[in-house]
Write a protein that binds this ligand. Structure first.
Ligand code: UTP
Length: 297
């Protein structure tokens, strides 16, 4: 590894998004908006606020809307300018200045591990971050989730997966980590002895689930290259991380922040309501509406 600063991030957005069909028939689920901002923009903002300079988005044939969103739109900017909507013009232009964004296509949706493998040339010999659009993390007044993981990486120079506790009955939905020392107490950084994708409840090594944020060393690509299909017939990043543990220490980091599972319909609706309640122009009307609904329920 020649560079130890984390300046590159990979955002996989080539999944089929079957849970959001038909919306995802012609548009990646990462472009679904929470109120009026696409999930992917929140993710790019988190990466930029964590010090990331270069971002690679893994796409499929539905990439057009993402490329256009992060590019300049001179005609729109001109129209907003000439109609005196300078705030909107500024907001639209800023989106294209957030980071250097590149795109590569995953030719077949063979799984998250395969999507990350498509980033090997972009990443080269550096540590890099992975952010999934399924998980939005809000840490009001604190550090973004990815920045917390990068902090842990800088201390240990080892791969770090972002985790939080999930209800025991939900472990089968996630990658679950196995702490080396079960008595990790209150510490946020936990040395791992294993990791498993979507375990059976009774076999789960813990309730700590990997929630869409990673900092990985480039050695992961050696394992991704030869990684066979795992759970659900997909090439799993989790399985390659388990093999990485044979040659390097891997940590979990319990990040701080409220996490929304926007890859799930209920999580998406919850995020939409919470984010709308944070908006000055919507809070009054929406809270009145929610109270009225609650009386009728
Ligand atoms: P998910 O399993 O949540 O995405 O993958 P999905 O397959 O699109 O979701 P459903 O279950 O069909 O609704 C986690 C992340 O990995 C990306 C997805 O875009 C998502 O951000 N991914 C997944 C890829 O880029 N390529 C793949 O082959 C699979």
């Amino acid at each position: 590894m020649t560079n130890t600063r984390v300046r590159k991030a990979v955002i996989p957005a080539a999944g089929l998004g079957t849970r959001f069909l038909p919306a995802t028939k012609a548009m990646p689920k990462e472009m679904l908006p929470i109120v009026d901002i696409p999930t992917l923009q929140y993710i790019v903002e988190e990466a930029a606020a964590s010090g990331i300079e270069e971002i690679l988005i893994i796409t499929n044939s539905n990439k057009r809307s993402m490329e256009d969103h992060f590019d300049r739109n001179y005609e729109l900017e001109e129209r907003l300018k000439s109609s005196g909507k300078h705030d909107l013009e500024e907001m639209i232009r800023k989106i294209s200045d957030m980071a250097n964004i590149y795109y590569v296509r995953q030719k077949e949706p063979k799984g998250l591990g395969h999507a990350i493998w498509c980033a090997r040339t972009f990443v080269g010999e550096e540590p890099f971050a992975v952010l999934l659009g399924d998980d939005l993390v809000v840490n009001e007044g604190g550090e973004p989730a990815l920045k917390q993981l990068i902090g842990a990486y800088c201390e240990k120079k080892a791969s770090v997966v972002g985790v939080q506790s999930v209800p025991h009955e939900d472990v089968g939905k996630y990658g679950i980590v196995e702490p080396l020392d079960k008595n990790y107490g209150d510490s946020r950084r936990i040395k791992l002895s294993g990791i498993v994708e979507k375990p059976l409840i009774e076999q789960s090594p813990s309730d700590l689930a990997v929630l869409g944020r990673y900092v990985l060393t480039p050695e992961i690509f050696k394992f991704l290259e030869t990684q066979g299909a795992g759970k659900n017939g997909e090439i799993q990043l989790t399985d390659a991380i388990l093999r990485l543990m044979d040659i390097q220490t891997v940590y979990a980091y319990k990040f701080e922040g409220i996490r929304y599972d926007v890859g799930d319909k209920f999580g998406f609706v919850k995020a939409t309501i919470d984010f709308a309640l944070q908006r000055d122009e919507l809070r009054g009307e929406l809270s009145g509406y929610i109270k009225k609904l609650a009386e009728e329920l």
